[in-house]
Design a protein around this ligand. Structure first.
Ligand code: WQD
Length: 342
């Protein structure tokens, strides 16, 4: 009997790539997504890669009646992987209450369902944003969680605390928070990738859209930081590597390998790359010269962060396999597919 996994936000960027890896690993995937920031065509991408079209519920997780309907209809749910959330840092500053309501009510409703329907396992999509600007680098899971730089960051910090304390009160259930660094790239088949709505906030889709001629030029938000080349440093990892970490973290809990019923893991390459180095990696990988100019810093950006991924390497037996150049090449292939689909 296949284990059945609910993937919330499963038509999103990381959710869809994780759905593919779950199906490849023999799981049955059920997606709940309200398509606020994704497109139903993503289901076709998942089918093109795996041959399977996951069951899809177009519901809002904040509506607990709808959620109850799904759990009654689906019967036994072995685990929930919870991606669905609003995730734009800038937008969260403009709409804090929407972010707190959406990101936290949806989570609390799912935790309620776990209790009501005895669905004992959750994988939570968290973020390195919880660290703010670390005092020492690389960051480990023991590094202090600092004052969040945005309402979005607060929702991830609060989400972790809500899950931690709920699991402390439910010894028979278990959860893991996965703190992502910066996911980039697209599926090697180019059937799945990042689908930013409107003007991309994130660096790599802006790079590929600029290279495709959809944007005039990339603006580099500041080269006056205290870093070797003056531009911000991040830890970029390929989205398929990130997706695979979710499957190993899930298996760990399903097989009872977890050492406590709430664990936290950093998911990063463990290497800092600057904006200018990321641009150079794109140019090297694709042979496309990128047009960019340097502008002021972006409000809310931290200067530098990269992961110490040794806990995930050791405990999950997971590490990144795909280089930043390969990641950039997959992102460019995806941008070309999007253009050909027009
Ligand atoms: C990366 C670097 C920018 C665009 C955010 C969230 C994080 C996660 C990933 C959800 C920064 C620079 C960017 C541009 C630029 N999201 N940049 N010009 O801000 O590190 O992380 O997205 O989980 O939680 O905080 O990612 O891709 O926006 O920026 O110079 O047009 O690229 O200044 O240094 P970020 P990003």
């Amino acid at each position: 009997m296949k284990k059945k996994i609910i993937v919330t936000g499963g038509t999103g960027y990381i959710g869809s790539h994780t759905a593919v890896e779950l199906i490849a690993d023999g799981f049955e995937v059920v997606i709940i997504d309200n398509l606020y920031n994704s497109d139903i065509s993503v289901l076709e991408g998942i089918r093109a890669i795996t041959g399977v079209t996951p069951k899809f519920w177009q519901y809002d997780l904040c509506d607990i009646q709808k959620l109850e309907e799904v759990f009654v209809a689906e019967g036994r749910i072995d685990a929930i992987i919870h991606f669905a959330a609003y995730k734009a840092v800038g937008e969260s500053v403009r709409k804090p209450l929407e972010y707190f309501r959406n990101n936290l009510v949806s989570l609390m409703n799912l935790l309620e369902m776990m209790e009501r329907h005895n669905s004992p396992v959750m994988v939570f999509s968290s973020s390195c944003t919880v660290y703010g600007q670390p005092d020492t680098l690389p960051v480990t899971e023991a590094s202090p969680v600092k004052e969040a730089a945005s309402p979005y960051g607060y929702t991830k910090q609060a989400g972790e605390i809500i899950i931690r304390d709920t699991m402390a009160a439910r010894p028979s259930q278990k959860a893991v928070s996965l703190r992502y660094f910066n996911p980039i790239g697209a599926h090697p088949t180019a059937f799945l990738g990042e689908l930013p709505q409107g003007v991309p906030e994130n660096l790599v889709p802006f790079i590929t859209q600029t290279a495709m001629g959809l944007r005039e030029e990339l603006k580099v938000f500041g080269t006056d930081y205290d870093t070797p080349d003056g531009s911000c440093i991040r830890d970029y990892l390929h989205v398929v590597d990130l997706a695979k970490a979710h499957v190993t973290a899930l298996q760990r809990m399903l097989e009872g390998q977890n050492k406590s019923n709430y664990e936290v893991f950093n998911l990063g390459m463990g290497k800092g790359v600057s904006v200018l180095e990321a641009i150079a990696a794109f140019e090297k990988a694709t042979g496309v010269k990128l047009k960019y100019s340097v502008t002021d810093r972006r409000a809310g950006d931290i200067e530098k962060i990269w992961a110490d991924p040794s806990l995930a390497n050791r405990e999950l037996g997971w590490k990144t396999e795909i280089s930043i150049e390969e990641a950039m090449e997959t992102a460019w292939r995806w941008e070309n597919r999007l253009k050909n689909k027009e």
